[in-house]
Design a protein around this ligand. Structure first.
Ligand SMILES: O=C(O)CCC(=O)C(=O)O
Length: 242
């Protein structure tokens, strides 16, 4: 559970590092499940794409994104990551926070494809209640060179920036600089939390090491119902929606 200092830090800065969300034995379990997704042992049809927007259908992705893995492998929805991240999301933003979607983002060695600067809100339909938080769990030790997360402190209090799509249906991008941001270098099993408005990015993986992340996103139960009523389920094409 978080301290009041951690809760205040997140409210002010728009991000938070939480060490050791899971143990190294638990990391091993999630790495195994991850490989089952990547190898196709668990079918990912319609859920898998290249976030970099740089490759053709059938080519090896530079950034593998698998959306909503817990729909494809339902036990994940009850996993220790989902449970612990959800408890923290409630501490940060209120007791009505529920899992909206999860995703896997894998940057294979030497793919050198950055995740562009963006605010997650740009991907989503406009909602009356904008409370939202993502937990980005590292399944490998992450440093700048293999693609740790970077956050622009206090950008959660700023306006939504203008976003453009990159590549062929790839990630959305806004303008920001590393010089205004902080890098969150963390160990496998640790995680970061960021708000839906927080500007963030990750460099490409320039190393021969892995960079696997499991992300869970939470928002008010009433807003999830609103999204689904509009037909918005975080599957399908990436596009600028705001
Ligand atoms: O894993 C990455 O490279 C980017 C993740 C991200 O942008 C997010 O979780 O909102």
């Amino acid at each position: 559970m978080l301290s009041s200092e951690q809760i205040s830090f997140f409210a002010q800065e728009g991000y938070l590092i939480v060490d050791d969300l899971i143990t190294s034995e638990e990391v091993d379990y999630f790495r195994q499940v991850y490989e089952d997704f990547l190898s196709g042992k668990i079918s990912t049809s319609g859920h898998r794409s290249d976030l970099s927007g740089q490759t053709e259908e059938g080519e090896q992705e530079k950034i593998v994104q698998i959306m909503r893995p817990s729909l494809l492998y339902p036990v994940l929805a009850q996993s220790v990551v989902h449970q612990r991240a959800s408890a923290i999301a409630r501490q940060l933003l209120g007791s009505d926070m529920e899992l909206d979607f999860d995703m896997l983002i894998d940057k294979p060695p030497h793919t050198n494809a950055p995740t562009p600067w963006h605010q997650d809100e740009a991907y989503w339909i406009d909602m009356e209640d904008k409370r939202a938080v993502s937990c980005w769990l590292a399944l490998d030790d992450v440093v700048k060179e293999n693609g740790c997360m970077w956050f622009v402190p206090r950008s959660n209090h700023q306006a939504l920036r203008s976003h453009q799509q990159t590549g062929k249906g790839g990630a959305l991008q806004c303008v920001a600089e590393e010089s205004e941001a902080v890098a969150a270098e963390i160990s496998a099993g640790s995680c970061t939390f960021h708000a839906g408005r927080t500007v963030h990015y990750a460099r490409g993986n320039e190393t021969d090491r892995r960079r696997r992340a499991l992300i869970t996103n939470f928002r008010p139960q009433a807003m999830i119902a609103y999204e689904r009523a509009q037909g918005f389920d975080h599957l399908g094409d990436r596009e600028v929606r705001q």
